[in-house]
Ligand binder design. Structure first.
Ligand code: PSU
Ligand code: MN
Length: 304
């Protein structure tokens, strides 16, 4: 075990006994949603994972320790501090740990810490990807590199159209990452169920997802697996409206010269501001939906 890693006792016991565990990220708490909805959502997601028979392990960096499994107080702390907490990607780990600092983990660092702890399945909202205009800015999320090298199954609702979705799929193909659609052949685009782009395989049950994960490991493949689970119909948003909003957010980011790690949080906050509460509600619903599927998949995996 890594000397900087603290696995919460309940999570450690479940892992040791081969019981189902689902990892959760913390940037979605600190940077992805406002307080107090972020804390309410994080706690409700954990509860939902338990109701579906798995143990939740929210991941973060606290006082320089890599934490797999947070207490309610720790989730409350991260949610309240919000954007003051460092958004921690792979390149932030060394300094944060050396300084004994806090960090909210992105998809990248959540995958890294999940793997260190022995957790195979991780649920989130959306992943980072290739940004629009990346051919000149070179803004490509570290999430894609991590998916290329860390064997954790990530259940998400696709990626937001703030990204260049066709290029994001190309990158995942290059890095050897299977992109699976849950009960769909089309890549979902976070707020909407469709994007006009195809996934590699349609998978129709948690049991099939578990079997693919098990086989991936048996083959000795080191990449992650991306499961894209469309937002439930009842909560999906109008694609034309969202595209207009996203174009507006991107134009504002360009005007203001936003770049680097600020880009994604800026765009997410703008989209939320322009759409009022609607996009936040959709965001919360799709995270619940992903948590449920991840827990069911972890349960099926534990039986293999
Ligand atoms: N996309 C979302 N919601 C999020 C994120 C992305 O729809 O909360 C967060 C995740 O933590 C993701 C990170 O890993 O942003 C990607 O940031 P960047 O694009 O800077 O790599
Ligand atoms: Mn970036």
């Amino acid at each position: 075990m890594n000397q900087y890693l603290d696995v919460n006792p309940e999570v450690a016991q479940a892992i040791a006994q081969g019981k189902p565990v689902v990892a959760l990220e913390s940037t979605i708490i600190s940077h992805g949603m406002p307080y107090p909805q972020n804390v309410e959502t994080a706690l409700a997601v954990e509860k939902m994972i338990r109701e579906n028979g798995a143990v939740p392990a929210t991941i973060a960096i606290l006082g320089g320790r890599l934490k797999a499994g947070l207490t309610e107080e720790e989730i409350e702390y991260l949610g309240k501090r919000g954007q003051e907490v460092t958004k921690a990607s792979r390149r932030d780990l060394s300094a944060l740990v050396a300084y004994g600092a806090d960090g909210a983990t992105t998809v990248t660092t959540t995958m890294m810490i999940a793997r260190m702890a022995g957790i195979k399945i991780f649920a989130t909202g959306g992943i980072g990807g290739v940004h629009r205009g990346a051919e000149t800015t070179m803004d490509i999320s570290a999430d894609l590199e991590e998916l290329g090298q860390t064997d954790v199954m990530v259940v998400c609702a696709g990626a937001k159209a703030i990204l260049d979705l066709p290029l994001t799929l190309e990158y995942l193909e290059t890095r050897g990452v299977p992109v699976l659609g849950y009960q769909t052949k089309e890549l979902p685009a976070f707020y909407t169920r469709t994007s006009g782009l195809s996934v590699d395989y349609q998978v129709d049950s948690p049991e099939e997802l578990a079997k693919i994960l098990k086989t991936h490991q048996a083959l000795g493949l080191k990449s992650g697996i991306l499961v894209t689970n469309p937002i439930p119909e009842a909560f999906s948003m109008d694609a034309d409206r969202m595209n207009t909003v996203i174009d507006q957010a991107i134009a504002e980011a360009q005007e203001k010269g936003i770049h680097g790690k600020e880009t994604t949080p800026f765009l997410l906050a703008k989209v939320k501001e322009i759409t009022g509460g609607d996009s936040l509600d959709a965001n919360i619903r799709l995270v619940f939906n992903n948590a449920q599927l991840a827990a069911q998949t972890a349960v099926a995996y534990s039986k293999l």
